[in-house]
Write a protein that binds this ligand. Structure first.
Ligand SMILES: Cc1cc2nc3c(=O)[nH]c(=O)nc-3n(C[C@H](O)[C@H](O)[C@H](O)COP(=O)(O)OP(=O)(O)OC[C@H]3O[C@@H](n4cnc5c(N)ncnc54)[C@H](O)[C@@H]3O)c2cc1C
Length: 466
């Protein structure tokens, strides 16, 4: 029986990063993945394929709506080849997952394909094409998550679908009903909106992306409505039924009146839940929480001292980069180091266009905690860079401590916000004040000038270009 210092169950961004870091630290490492491709949700059916389709659909929308204004005439009709779009996405996925195979080989990590189940706290059976059993001094559970649904919805995976199927549709929906106005629903909704579908978002809460700053939710809602999304907030879905090629969704609106939506596809995007099926956690004595998450302490250690857990299968934001940080954290902990993660500084991003990005506290959180703060906000439309590219929507908002001027949160809606948020993360990691940012040179013309201007506004109404 092969024996390892560390075995990792699950090869998503949490698991494969943990494996690389363990190997870098000199530990004999194995990774177990039930699917034949490595990379987990993120690389196979999450971050990467969704961004590939967002990029393709964005190009199409630009060609149809914006090229003419830029002085680019395309003779003839611009057509979508959905099959090619989906196969390009798959090629991106294949290339990326292939890259993980390379990294496993480079770092001399043994890869096992099959379902990993605990036999006890130090033995794992792997059931796949070639079943086997291994021994591990330490195990890291990185089994991720799966799409959630509502108890009364029967997902047929043809017309009543999750994000996984939405990434490989064979036709463009005429009317896509998206249940859930969170990140995944809005991103995939925008893909098909750009390709010509009517898109109705049905959201239970009174705002989209409800965990983000309310100002950001409002702005994104405004922009998406401008893009002709049909937003139905404060709607409680009560039934989803398929009749032939139609999907009928019934919901109660704020007034308690029944509203019926009829479409040809319904994307159920109501969140994700931790995945531990087949893991046989109880054989190792590992405790789960009431919500089915693997329970961990501040060292990401389970109640069984040699077993750790990371990523979507534990508490916290379900984000690839959070899982990656935790993978590194646990590898270094096992190696006897004292790593640290500041969860307040894990950024959140929505890859719609305009993009949305945030780090730190929202205004709502600061109010609730009774923290006195100041706000500096700057509209993207006031930037030369925005006018040049015609990306005028959105703003940057800097929240700073009223007394010390320390930056407590940065929230943005706008072109390239996903990349720009890194500046705010660095600033906050070093506990910068709004004045610190406002005194740093930002290249002109760039979208990042909005961060400097918002910081100037926060330091005392000193924005220069508004
Ligand atoms: C459509 C979509 C878009 C997303 N976009 C983004 C984004 O842009 N940015 C972002 O940060 N996050 C995004 N996410 C979320 C991101 O994919 C997850 O947060 C991330 O993949 C979690 O990583 P993980 O390593 O914890 O688990 P996962 O990536 O879920 O990987 C877990 C792996 O474990 C394997 N596994 C499970 N049980 C076993 C077992 N018993 N034996 C062997 N293998 C097992 C699974 O097959 C899977 O491969 C998106 C998700 C979706 C669905």
């Amino acid at each position: 029986m092969n024996s390892y210092d560390v075995a990792i169950i699950g090869s998503g961004p949490g698991g494969y990063v943990a494996a690389i870091r363990c190997a870098q630290l000199g530990m004999k490492t194995a990774i177990i993945e039930k699917y034949s491709t490595l990379g987990g949700t993120c690389l196979n059916v999450g971050c990467i394929p969704s961004k590939a389709l967002l990029d393709s659909s964005h190009h199409y929308e630009d060609a149809v709506k914006h090229f003419e204004e830029h002085g680019i005439d395309i003779p003839g009709e611009i057509k979508i080849n959905l099959e090619k779009m989906i196969s390009r996405k798959q090629a991106v996925v294949d290339q990326t997952t292939g890259g993980i195979d390379f990294l496993m080989k480079k770092n001399k990590i043994d890869v096992y394909v099959g379902i990993g189940s605990f036999k006890d706290a130090t033995h794992i059976s792997i059931v796949g094409e070639e079943s086997t059993e291994i021994e591990a001094k330490h195990t890291i559970i990185a089994t991720g998550s799966k799409p959630s649904t509502l108890p009364f919805i029967k997902l047929d995976k043809e017309r009543i679908i999750t994000s996984t199927e939405a990434l490989k549709l064979k036709e463009i929906p005429k009317h896509l009903i998206v249940i859930g106005g969170g990140v995944i629903g809005l991103e995939l909704g925008q893909v098909y909106k750009r390709l010509g579908a009517e898109v109705s978002v049905v959201e239970y809460m009174d705002r989209i992306v409800p965990t983000m700053d309310a100002g950001v939710s409002k702005e994104l809602n405004k922009v998406l409505k401008k893009q002709k999304f049909k937003m139905n907030l404060s709607h409680k879905v009560k039934s989803v039924e398929r009749k032939g090629d139609e999907v009928i969704v019934k919901a109660d609106n704020k007034k308690g009146e029944e509203v019926t939506f009829t479409g040809d596809y319904c994307l159920v995007a109501v969140g994700r839940h931790a995945y531990t099926d087949g893991l046989n956690a109880e054989a190792a004595g590992v405790k789960l929480t009431d919500r089915g998450l693997v329970d961990v302490n501040e060292h990401l250690q389970t109640n069984v001292p040699n077993i750790y857990a990371i990523g979507d299968v534990i508490k916290g934001a379900m984000l690839a980069h959070k899982a990656e940080e935790e993978g590194t954290f646990v590898a270094e902990t096992i190696a006897g180091q004292k790593p640290h993660i500041d969860y307040n500084l894990i950024p959140g991003v929505v890859y719609t266009w305009p993009e949305v990005a945030a780090v730190g506290k929202t205004e709502e959180q600061l109010k609730e905690a009774g923290v006195a703060y100041k706000v500096g906000q700057f509209p993207m439309r006031a930037l030369g860079r925005s006018r040049a590219s015609m990306d005028l929507d959105g703003f940057v908002k800097v929240l700073a401590d009223k007394t010390t001027d320390e930056i407590l949160g940065v929230h943005m809606v706008g072109a390239r916000a996903a990349d720009m948020i890194a500046e705010a993360v660095v600033a906050m990691e070093y506990r910068a004040s709004a004045e610190d940012i406002s005194r740093m040179s930002h290249a002109h013309p760039t979208f990042t000038e909005a961060i400097k201007e918002a910081a100037l506004a926060a330091t005392g109404d000193r924005a220069l270009h508004i």
